[in-house]
Design a protein around this ligand. Structure first.
Ligand SMILES: Nc1ncnc2c1ncn2[C@@H]1O[C@H](COP(=O)(O)OP(=O)(O)OP(=O)(O)O)[C@@H](O)[C@H]1O
Ligand SMILES: [Mg+2]
Length: 334
C-alpha cells in the first residue's frame, strides 16, 4: 500500500533547539505557509530529524513496510499519510526503536535506530496510535509516574502533572481512575503523557477514523512535498458547478467533458457536477479554460447557479494519489 509524506518548512534554522511541544502548537499556523520542503532539507545526517533509506519490515507473509525512504528536516512538521494497513504505525515504531527493521537503515537526530537505540530513546517521545495510559491509575497518578520514570524530581513531576492536566482540560477528572474516562479524555491524557518531558522529536500516531477493510500490506512512499506542492501535483484545482436546473445535468456533463477534456463526475446533489482540472503548462491557464467552458454552457441555455474552481483539499490529494474515489461520486456519462 502507498504512503504519502507531507512536510512543512522548518521555521527554525537547522540546529536550533526545536521544542516539539512548540512545534505541535505552531502546526495550524505554519501548515500552509512555508515554501520549503522536507525533501530540500540539508542532506547531512546530523542536520536531519529523520533519515531513512529502504526500510523494510514483514510480519510473516505480510509485507508491512516495503522500502520507505524519508528525509525530514529538524523543526518541521511531517505527516505520513496512507490507507489503513499501509504501514504508517510500523514505520513510526521502527523510528521510535520499538521494532527492528528487517532491512534498510534509519537515523533519528543522527543516531542509528538499531545500533544506537538508547540514544534515540533519550531524545524522542511517542504518542502511539492506541492510548497506553494505565487504566487502574488516576490521570494525576499516570502523569506523576511517567514524570518520575523520566527522571523528574518528585516536586517537578507533580508540577508538570498539574500543568498538563490544566493544559489538556482534565483538571476536574484528575483524581478519577482512567477506566472511567471517555475515549476522548483518555486520548488527551495519552497525549499529555507523551510530553511530560521535553523531547527533541515527537512521533504522533493519531487514531484514524473508521476502518478500511480493503487495505492490504505494501508500505511505500509514493509522493512527498509541502501541502501546497502535493495539491499542485494532482492538478490545478477542482471545478464544482451547480446548475440552476438539475434536468440539464446530462447535457452539461457531456459538454464539459468535451470542452475541458477531463472526466466529469456527478455528486449526490442532482444539480452538481465536479471535475479535477489538470495543471496546464500551456499559455491558457486553467481558469481561462474553465471560464470558456462555462460560457459555452450559457450559450446552450444551460444556466449555471454557481461555480467554483478551488485548490484540491488534502483529502482529495490523498484520494487521487492512492487511487480512491469519494463515496457517492460517479463518473458522468459522456
Ligand atoms: N505485530 C504485528 N503482527 C502482524 N502483523 C502486523 C503487526 N503490526 C502490523 N502488522 C500488519 O502490517 C501492516 C501494516 O500495519 P500498520 O499498523 O503499520 O498500518 P497503518 O498504516 O498504521 O494502518 P492504520 O491506518 O490502520 O493505523 C498491516 O497489514 C498489519 O496487519
Ligand atoms: Mg496506524
Amino acid at each position: 500500500m502507498s504512503l504519502i509524506g507531507a512536510g512543512t518548512a522548518p521555521d527554525a534554522a537547522p540546529g536550533t533547539a526545536s521544542p516539539a511541544l512548540g512545534t505541535a502548537h505552531r502546526a495550524p499556523g505554519t501548515a500552509h505557509s512555508g515554501p520549503g520542503t522536507a525533501r530540500r532539507a540539508p542532506s547531512g545526517g546530523d542536520t536531519l530529524a529523520v533519515e531513512a533509506a529502504g526500510l523494510v519490515k514483514s510480519f510473516g507473509s505480510t509485507q508491512a513496510v516495503t522500502g520507505v525512504d524519508l528525509a525530514v528536516a529538524r523543526g518541521s512538521i511531517y505527516g505520513l499519510l496512507g490507507p489503513n494497513g499501509a504501514g504508517k504505525t510500523t514505520t513510526v515504531r521502527i523510528l521510535a526503536t520499538l521494532l527492528a527493521p528487517d532491512g534498510g537503515r534509519a537515523r533519528v537526530l543522527g543516531h542509528d535506530v538499531v545500533t544506537d537505540a538508547a540514544a534515540v530513546r533519550r531524545r524522542v517521545a511517542l504518542a502511539g496510535q492506541f492510548a497506553t495510559v494505565d487504566d487502574d491509575l488516576t490521570g494525576w497518578e499516570n502523569l506523576v509516574l511517567l514524570g518520575r520514570l523520566a527522571g523528574l524530581a518528585r516536586r517537578a513531576a507533580k508540577a508538570r502533572a498539574a500543568g498538563l492536566l490544566t493544559a489538556f482540560g482534565l483538571e476536574k477528572s484528575a483524581a478519577r481512575q482512567v477506566n472511567t474516562f471517555s475515549g476522548g479524555m483518555r486520548r488527551r491524557l495519552d497525549l499529555a503523557t507523551s510530553i511530560v518531558v521535553r523531547a527533541d522529536l515527537f512521533f504522533l500516531d493519531e487514531p484514524t477514523t473508521g476502518l478500511d477493510p480493503a487495505s492490504r500490506a505494501h508500505g511505500q512512499v509514493i509522493a512527498e512535498g509541502t501541502t501546497g506542492e502535493l495539491k499542485a501535483s494532482v492538478g490545478s484545482g477542482t471545478l464544482r458547478i451547480r446548475l440552476a436546473d438539475p434536468a440539464h445535468r446530462p447535457d452539461a456533463g457531456r459538454m464539459l467533458t468535451r470542452s475541458l477534456d477531463v472526466t466529469v463526475h456527478t455528486e449526490a446533489d442532482p444539480a452538481v457536477l465536479t471535475a479535477r482540472i489538470p495543471a496546464r503548462p500551456s499559455a491558457r491557464s486553467a481558469s481561462e479554460h474553465v471560464a470558456s467552458a462555462i460560457t459555452e454552457l450559457a450559450r446552450a441555455d444551460i444556466a449555471v447557479g454557481e461555480f467554483a474552481l478551488g485548490q484540491p483539499s488534502l483529502d482529495e490529494v490523498f484520494l487521487t494519489l492512492t487511487g480512491y474515489r469519494t463515496p457517492g461520486s460517479q463518473e458522468a456519462p459522456s
